[in-house]
Design a binder for this molecule. Structure first.
Ligand code: G3H
Ligand code: ZN
Length: 279
């Protein structure tokens, strides 16, 4: 298994079965994620999506905040750019000191996806990034992660060889933005993909997967678990409960940040304790 050096340095593939990437929407998310990682004593990726960049209007301000949190953390914290559809934004992330970027050309036809992803992988590597890509579409954002879509192991291996990417998002039954944790993963397919693909496999849409499914997925070969919606459920739930008719949002934001930290600490514990018996 070819583990990107930044991930090997924090133990992935050795003491660490899988790493988690949590979506950052605002500063309080990032603070809660780092707090949760410190409570768990585990490394973590702060994942800023292209959509979050669109929300903020730019990458650099939220990246600078995340960078400062990472530098002050007592556990390894790395920055990841997620679901990026812009080659230029990937390169900007490299210039801002990100560890990695997911370049998402999954809506393109196969040959176009290969050509675009290979070019971004080469240019990203020149900036010290490791590059994740997606083949097919994973539900919710449509494309490879759409319900029912599955990644073919032989095609996945060929795609990695043709593009030179360092990690691959696979479609194995999860779907983005689920608010219930009842997605059923194809654990047997994950195991076959793990045997066929020489780079870490990434599970997207992990919010829709229960703890048992996540443990089984990691045991079968998932090496990076992406979580977004689950944190927003925790965040907005706490925010709603605490805000009431208050004008000052800080008490509610404190509760929201704490809810994120609790969820992150729990999920880091889950991915650190896979269940081989469930394969
Ligand atoms: O890339 C991000 C993840 O796939 C998050 O998906 O919001 O469904 O957990 P989720
Ligand atoms: Zn995703």
């Amino acid at each position: 298994m070819l583990i990107p050096p930044a991930l090997a340095a924090v133990g992935l593939g050795a003491s660490l079965p899988s790493i988690a990437a949590f979506n950052v929407i605002s500063l309080e998310y990032a603070e809660g994620i780092v707090d949760g990682a410190e409570r768990a004593g585990r490394p973590v990726l702060l994942s800023i999506s292209h959509n979050a960049v669109r929300f903020h209007g730019a990458l650099s301000p939220i990246a600078a905040a995340c960078r400062a949190l990472a530098d002050a953390a007592s556990v390894p914290v790395m920055l990841h750019l997620d679901h990026c559809e812009s080659e230029e934004l990937v390169l900007e992330a490299g210039d801002l000191g990100f560890a990695s970027a997911m370049y998402d050309a999954s809506t393109l036809a196969y040959d176009d996806n290969v050509a675009a992803t290979a070019r971004v992988a080469t240019r990203g590597h020149e900036r010290g990034l490791w590059i994740e890509a997606e083949l097919g579409e994973i539900g919710g954002k449509d494309g490879a992660h759409a319900p029912g879509v599955r990644t073919d192991p032989a095609e996945a291996a060929a795609f990695v060889a043709a593009t030179g990417v360092d990690a691959l998002a696979v479609a194995v039954g999860s779907s983005h933005a689920m608010t219930t944790r009842d997605a059923e993963l194809d654990i047997e397919l994950i195991a076959r993909l793990s045997d066929a693909v020489p780079v870490p496999l990434v599970l997207h849409g992990s919010s829709g997967v229960g703890d048992t499914g996540i443990r089984a997925a990691v045991a079968a070969g998932i090496r990076k678990v992406n979580v977004g919606t689950q944190l927003s459920i925790a965040y907005t739930g706490a925010l709603r409960a605490e805000l009431g008719d208050r004008v000052d949002p800080r008490r509610a934001l404190t509760a929201a940040r704490e809810a994120v930290a609790t969820e992150v600490a729990h999920l880091l514990d889950v991915i650190s304790n896979p269940s081989p018996d469930l394969r």
